[in-house]
Design a protein. Structure first.
Length: 293
């Protein structure tokens, strides 16, 4: 009798937007089981319209994560990112509408994610950082306050962010972090994606308590407005201000510098020539080295 093949180790990826999608595509190239913990504070575009029509968590980044973890090609995967061009649905993403429909029929966003994951053949799991409808709030360096993810993303001088009303993390998220072999933060918009998920008190506490390594994948450079002038040290300092201390800081030395005083540095190429985004193959190689896979 053949021995059962052991299950691959679970790696939790926290963030949102295109940055989290890049990490998930990289993890699919490694012998791990990805678990996406996704920001749900977005309030722009199709997501914002759905949230205005009915109190719900933001579906947009959840949709992107589902597509990133979908195995193979399928007609459903092809249309998940489709946006309607005219009529009452103009600007809406089909995937957002599908998630909203399943959320209403199943009674929960986690139930909706399970159903769409089955339809897409998702490898791993996609979880909302919280199931509570929330708004992102930023305190600026001058003490003023800005409310709303879309507005914060275009505002320089952010000091820290929080979510209102104060949310609780999904229990599955805390469990995944506690039991995972590793946690990956980023890349992506520092305040409006990464910290919009990781700064939830339950998530932050779980990150501080897990014995598994926490890897921060630094952005390739500063993001216009949100992190104007940031180097590696400034990105990590922002994490520290929110009570998050990564064990490993992964960065591309050809794209961003300023590493003075940062512990746990690991340099690796992560962007292809002529591009301004993380390449999934290069990121997979860098994460494999960081996690010793």
């Amino acid at each position: 009798m053949n021995a059962e093949t052991p299950a691959p180790p679970s790696v939790v990826a926290i963030g949102g937007g295109q940055g989290l999608s890049a990490t998930l595509r990289a993890l699919r190239r490694l012998p791990v089981e990805p678990v996406a913990v996704v920001s749900v504070a977005d309030d722009g575009g199709s997501t914002g319209r759905l949230r205005a029509a009915s109190e719900r968590v933001a579906p947009g980044d959840l949709r992107k994560s589902l597509v990133a973890l979908a195995e193979g090609e399928s007609p459903l995967r092809e249309v998940m990112e489709h946006r309607f061009a005219s009529g009452e649905l103009e600007g809406h993403s089909f995937g957002n509408l599908l998630l909203a429909a399943f959320e209403e029929s199943s009674g929960s966003v986690t139930g909706a994610l399970e159903k769409v994951s089955q339809l897409l053949g998702v490898r791993g799991r996609v979880l909302p950082a919280t199931a509570d409808p929330v708004e992102l709030v930023a305190e600026l360096e001058d003490g003023s306050v800005v409310v709303g993810q879309a507005l914060i993303s275009s505002t320089p001088g952010v000091a820290r962010v929080s979510l209102e009303p104060l949310p609780t993390a999904c229990p599955e998220v805390v469990e995944a972090i506690s039991e995972g072999a590793a946690v990956v933060l980023g890349p992506g918009s520092l305040y409006t994606s990464v910290l919009a998920s990781a700064a939830i008190p339950d998530v932050r506490d779980a990150l501080g308590e897990t014995p598994a390594p926490v890897v921060y994948v630094c952005n390739l450079g500063p993001q216009a407005h949100e992190t104007d002038g940031y180097d590696v040290a400034a990105h990590v300092a922002a994490l520290h201000r929110h009570g998050i201390e990564p064990d490993v800081v992964l960065y591309d030395p050809d794209r961003i510098g300023g590493t003075g005083g940062v512990d746990g540095l690991l340099a690796a190429p992560m962007a292809a020539d002529g591009t301004r985004v993380h390449d999934p193959d290069l990121l997979a190689a860098a994460l494999g080295a960081a996690l010793q896979l």
